[in-house]
Write a protein that binds this ligand. Structure first.
Ligand SMILES: *[C@@H]1O[C@H](CO)[C@@H](O)[C@H](O)[C@H]1NC(C)=O
Ligand SMILES: *[C@@H]1O[C@H](CO)[C@@H](O)[C@H](O)[C@H]1NC(C)=O
Ligand SMILES: *[C@@H]1O[C@H](CO)[C@@H](O)[C@H](O)[C@H]1NC(C)=O
Ligand SMILES: *[C@@H]1O[C@H](CO)[C@@H](O)[C@H](O)[C@H]1NC(C)=O
Ligand SMILES: *[C@@H]1O[C@H](CO)[C@@H](O)[C@H](O)[C@H]1NC(C)=O
Ligand SMILES: *[C@@H]1O[C@H](CO)[C@@H](O)[C@H](O)[C@H]1NC(C)=O
Length: 572
């Protein structure tokens, strides 16, 4: 047994070094328009990335990605749930600082403080460290891999950074001071454990006014930045922290490009090692949409294979982030060519987000213009060596989302045994149990597909008999469902506390830090007094689950929940 497992393990380790990321900016609009924020790492966006929604992080995992790269970041909001879910999906996260404090914040934006971004970066990052980037032990969240201080500073700090004399110095001052601000925020937070690497992502512009490498895309900007990291004073900046030392231990270069692999080799990677022999680099946006116009023509498949091979055979080139997860309808025009998925017509969820409610539509694979007969997700799955997606179900009811009711059951029973197994597992876990044999779960589910004529009530009764492929705990409790989003849990708490005379909604401080632990305290106590049937009485509109202490939800809730020491009763 062990001998069969070992070679696989080694392969996995080799593969893990390669970054296979997807750029994630899923603006939920099907037409040109504007949105109030663009932070998709927040809890409010969970209907898109979470398991009770469109499950985007899981979709990325199925495509073979091992990393997700983000843009917007509102540091007032918690990013803990997103990082936890990414970790659960074994995805690393490349988060970024938003442009807000560099460009928009008024007053005090960095373009108005002479490109000294120390205060802005320190304040923003200090908030990030308080809202999810760190664990309770003051260590970085295990899912966080890199932090992008700024995206394309060479196009906006100032916009003439690469074309007008003095521009490269201002751009470098902005990045070095922002790096210094980040180090200051880390110091204030008393971080322990391993630190993450930091980067600034350049565009693929040629910096004609850079002193070095002024004829090669992105490299001139990198050379300028390294010089500024070595000699910040000559760029008009006096650092508070040793940025030079931090650069040598933690800097990774990165750039965005829409050029094909064959260009990158000659224009960038053949020259990179001689200039930056000890600093790794990744491509933070990769996707050429003009391959069909090249001579000779290259397919996207061939282009991706080529770029991945370049990364796989290089010590310094870490990998790519494919641009991008979803079509940018809101931008329109040629920007729409980049999406892996478009938006279909099946409504998955409604998402309240910064004062508006957005429809979350299902994903629709985009055709790959230059790989005949293939869609983009298929091409990417092949390049990233992913297990693949069940495309036929992207725009169908999901066993992870439908209600645990006859209606939900009927929708999934029509999709066959495999999908119904996922649904049945949810039922087991909602009754305080766990599945101990997936094979037997599937055999069980097969007896309930539509043709069987059986009902949800019959399935539940059979599960309540505690068949041998399940294991039930006597210590289960009605707790917050971690797959729900905090807004949903908060609404359920508000409802419970507003509609239950005589029920105390006093929650001790330790359990009122967030909606989930508050829910653990309240749902479990309400259920202890009033609950009989987990399916009926421990749902709270999908916010709660009657969880075994051996499941992740049960473990997470242990500190605040009270258990129900009684036998399982089910009424349907
Ligand atoms: C964060 O909150 C502060 C204070 O409440 C506010 O001034 C600031 O504009 C907020 N930042 C963002 C990016 O929403
Ligand atoms: C940064 O904030 C400090 C006060 O904390 C202030 O004295 C200083 O002028 C600010 N620097 C810039 C460049 O805005
Ligand atoms: C960091 O440590 C210092 C000194 O021990 C302490 O004063 C400060 O409150 C700590 N900060 C945080 C965020 O824990
Ligand atoms: C920063 O660290 C480097 C390398 O450890 C060291 O050589 C240099 O003197 C330090 N600079 C300052 C200003 O302390
Ligand atoms: C972090 O940066 C250091 C210094 O450039 C580099 O040696 C190391 O390989 C980087 N680690 C990652 C994971 O990029
Ligand atoms: C990377 O190279 C190794 C060793 O040559 C090979 O086994 C592996 O399949 C390659 N991975 C990819 C993603 O091409």
């Amino acid at each position: 047994m062990l001998r069969a497992v070992l070679p696989l393990l080694c392969l996995h380790l080799v593969g893990a070094r390669l970054m296979k990321a997807i750029s994630y900016g899923p603006v939920p609009l099907k037409a040109a328009g504007r949105i109030p924020q663009d932070d998709w790492m927040v809890e409010a966006a969970k209907p898109m990335w979470g398991p009770r929604g469109r499950d985007d992080l899981h979709v990325m995992k199925q495509l073979g990605a091992n990393t997700v790269r983000l843009y917007g970041n509102n540091p007032n909001q918690s990013h803990e749930g997103f990082l936890d879910e990414a970790h659960r999906q074994e995805l690393k996260v490349v988060a970024g600082m938003s442009d807000f404090r560099y460009i928009q914040m008024d007053p005090g934006r960095c373009i108005e403080t002479d490109y000294d971004c120390f205060n802005q970066s320190r304040d923003s990052y200090a908030l990030n460290l308080k809202t999810g980037f760190l664990t309770e032990y003051q260590e970085y969240h295990p899912a966080l891999a890199y932090f992008i201080l700024i995206n394309e500073p060479d196009l906006k700090m100032p916009s003439t950074s690469t074309t007008v004399a003095g521009g490269p110095e201002q751009m470098a001052r902005a990045v070095v001071s922002a790096f210094d601000g980040l180090l200051e925020a880390e110091k204030m937070a008393n971080i322990t454990g391993d630190l993450i690497n930091i980067t600034a992502t350049f565009s693929y512009a040629v910096c004609i006014v850079c002193e070095e490498l002024s004829y090669l895309p992105a490299l001139g900007q990198m050379a300028t930045l390294v010089d500024a990291m070595m000699n910040p004073e000559s760029y008009g900046y006096e650092p508070r922290n040793n940025v030079t030392e931090a650069f040598w231990s933690r800097w990774t270069h990165s750039f965005n490009t829409n050029n094909p692999a064959r260009d990158l080799k000659a224009q960038f990677f053949d020259r990179y090692p001689e200039h930056f022999p000890s600093t790794p680099v990744f491509v933070a946006e990769y996707h050429s949409v003009i391959l069909q116009y090249l001579t000779p023509v290259v397919t996207l498949q061939e282009d991706l294979a080529e770029v991945i091979d370049m990364a796989n055979t290089s010590d310094l080139f870490l990998g790519i982030s494919f641009f991008q997860y979803q079509v940018a309808y809101w931008k329109g025009g040629t920007e729409m060519d980049f999406g892996i998925f478009g938006l279909g017509n099946f409504l998955i969820a409604e998402m309240p987000y910064y004062g508006h409610t957005y429809d979350i539509w299902c994903l629709e694979p985009q055709v790959s213009h230059n790989t005949p007969g293939s869609t983009m997700p298929q091409v990417l799955t092949e390049a990233y060596d992913g297990p693949g997606l069940e495309y036929e179900y992207l725009c169908q009811p999901s066993p992870n989302v439908v209600p645990l009711s006859q209606d939900g059951f009927a929708a999934i029973a029509a999709q066959g045994a495999g999908r119904l197994g996922v649904f049945a597992r949810r039922v087991v876990e909602h009754l305080g149990g766990m599945v101990v044999s997936t094979t037997e779960l599937e055999a069980f589910a097969a007896q309930y597909v539509t043709d069987s004529g059986r009902t949800f009530a019959e399935m539940v009764s059979a599960i309540a008999q505690k068949p041998p492929w399940t294991s039930f705990s006597a210590q289960a409790a009605c707790v917050s469902d971690r797959a729900a989003d905090a807004g949903q849990v908060g609404a359920a708490i508000a409802w419970l506390c507003g509609h239950t005379p005589g029920f105390s909604c006093d929650v001790p401080d330790d359990c009122s830090q967030d909606a989930f632990s508050t829910g653990d305290w309240l749902f479990s106590r309400w259920y202890l007094r009033n609950g009989h049937d987990p399916l009926q009485d421990c749902s709270f509109g999908g916010a709660a689950i009657f969880a075994s202490p051996d499941t992740p939800a049960g473990r997470a809730a242990a500190a605040c929940a009270v258990v129900v020491p009684r036998r399982l009763e089910v009424m349907v």
